[in-house]
Design a binder for this molecule. Sequence first.
Ligand code: NI
Length: 137
Amino acid sequence: MEEGVSRIGVSLPKNLLDEFDSIIKNRGYSSRSEAIRDAIRSYIAEYKWLEREKGEIIGVVNVMYDHHFKGISDSLTSLQHDFYDIITTTLHIHLNKDTCLEMVLVKGDMDKIKRLVDRVSAIRGVTNVKLITAFRE
Ligand code: NI
């Protein structure tokens, strides 16, 4: 039996859509809808994978942000102080004139690391957050 299909309308900043279109063109997608379906599937898969991880882990939280965004450095520093007990060290890389990458090395309980990931993702001006687990005890 055929699955039901829902149509949605989404508002996006133009530069985000342009970048998405250019990537899906390079990857050979014939339609934007198909690419968006795949993007949503991988978002869901990543979220579910995060939900499954438990216990003590070592990892890196990669945080990309626009350093012109007002107050963002203070917000990030203050958040990292809230989580000082699971943050081992932080590397700051100035990727280009506008963008910074902070690689936050974390060690501790996955539940707490997930809370850090959620909090950092909610900071305005943060454009991308990715947790990579390096080792599990
Ligand atoms: Ni920077």
